[in-house]
Design a protein. Structure first.
Length: 172
């Protein structure tokens, strides 16, 4: 089994997606919309796609091996760093461990983006569909703390600017 995962944040929204293959046949397409304040790194994480892992439980695959491909080196480094205590990775680690109890062997591999690898290109199309979709349930909304700091700083700047414009000295 092979899964190609991808994610992106752009003007249309934040999306995450996966294309799952058994041998060379596509068996599952996953599209997830994320909160607009989620980071690009969060969107890139295969950990955002529990369906990727959970879809393995009932698949009659022998041997029970899965390779999860991502074009995100940041994501792979984060998965390998056991000292990082980030919600996504802790949750994902639990899911992988549960599969390993069922004798699954799961590996992660980097793949170069946008060079014509079908699974990776399909995952990229899926994230765009997810990000553009209106009315779709937000699958993940735990945005980084840094986003709150940035938004608070922007709000303070805007308030200051508004007060400055009202000030008599500003008009002179």
């Amino acid at each position: 089994m092979q899964a190609y995962t991808d994610g992106s944040k752009h003007e249309q929204g934040v999306g995450s997606g996966a294309a799952i293959f058994i041998e060379k046949e596509i068996v599952t397409k996953i599209r997830l919309k994320l909160d607009g304040r989620c980071s690009n790194n969060q969107a890139e994480q295969p950990a955002e796609q529990p369906e990727t892992i959970e879809s393995l439980h009932n698949k009659p695959i022998n041997p029970r091996t899965a390779v999860i491909f991502t074009d995100s080196m940041v994501g792979l480094d984060s998965l390998r760093n056991v000292n990082k205590h980030v919600y996504l990775f802790e949750d994902f680690g639990k899911r992988v461990s549960s599969l390993e109890r069922y004798e699954w062997k799961i590996t992660f591999s980097w793949v170069m983006a946008h060079v014509g690898i079908y699974g990776n290109e399909l995952a990229y199309r899926l994230i765009k569909e997810a990000a553009r979709s209106n009315g779709t349930r937000i699958a993940f909304n735990r945005f980084p703390r840094s986003t709150l700091y940035y938004e608070a700083a922007e709000q303070v700047k805007q308030q200051w600017q508004d007060e400055w414009r009202k000030c008599d000295k500003a008009s002179q």
